[in-house]
Design a protein around this ligand. Structure first.
Ligand code: HEC
Length: 212
């Protein structure tokens, strides 16, 4: 065999290896690298860096029969119960990028609902109108995971991280998933895209009208 034939064969093998590696990277179900983190027992660890993710949108005063995180005690912030709470929604950056490209939420998408009390009176009495986000009340999380560590077959899992007793703005570090009837069903039936309330989040809604 001539030298050029041998080097040609070597090049073909190398090319084939590259092709195989490339093929694996373009798997049909993309995974988000920085997705949910779990304990050994399969509880979700509360994400602590979500404020640096993509801000999906905010709602004020939306309620749907669960006002569990309402703090009924009077407080100095002049909380306005008529207005309800602020909900800030964040999505992990890789999942956002994938949604922006494809219109689909990939495996290991994480959405955080960060709940704040709406307050009117700030201590210096400068503001005459409107509401600002005062005390943090609750952190809720939705996770899309095809391989849930708790063994459930439902792709979306829902978690609540309640405020710890007698502590302001400190929340449980881990949470077990809710039963499907508590959260999943309403999201499945009424949310616009794959259990996510895209209809309420301008950052995601905009992408449906004009995909990149
Ligand atoms: C009756 C309907 C309903 C039920 C039940 C429900 N949700 Fe939601 N959820 C909503 C609506 C509406 C929104 C979007 C607006 C908002 O809350 O700001 C939402 C948004 C969310 C979001 C933000 C991300 C997303 O999926 O759009 C999370 C996280 C969330 N809910 C968690 C929960 C958890 C945890 C439970 C169960 C304890 C639950 N939800 C039960 C209606 C519901």
């Amino acid at each position: 065999m001539s030298k050029s034939l041998v080097s040609g064969a070597v090049a073909a093998v190398v090319l084939a290896a590259f092709a195989l590696a490339g093929g694996r990277q373009q798997s049909p179900s993309p995974r988000v690298e920085h997705g949910p983190k779990y304990t050994k027992e399969g509880k979700l660890l509360r994400p602590d860096d979500y404020r640096t993710w993509v801000f999906a949108g905010a709602d004020l005063g939306i309620e749907y029969g669960r006002a569990a995180y309402r703090d009924e005690q009077k407080d100095a912030t002049g909380s306005d119960k008529k207005v309800g709470d602020f909900h800030n929604v964040y999505i992990n950056t890789e999942a956002y990028d994938h949604y922006a490209r494809t219109g689909e939420f990939p495996d290991r998408t994480v959405l955080v609902l960060d709940v704040y009390k709406a307050a009117q009176k700030e201590p210096r009495q400068i503001v005459r109108q409107g509401h600002y986000e005062a005390e943090q009340l609750q952190v809720e999380v939705a996770v899309k995971d095809r391989a849930r560590p708790d063994g459930s077959q439902t792709v979306w899992a829902y978690y609540s991280f309640p405020r710890m007793a007698n502590r302001r703005e400190e929340f449980a570090a881990t949470a077990t998933s809710h039963r499907d009837g508590e959260c999943y069903q309403c999201h499945l039936q009424h949310a616009d895209v794959d259990n996510v309330w895209v209809q309420f989040y301008p950052t995601l809604r905009r992408l449906r009208q004009a995909p990149r």
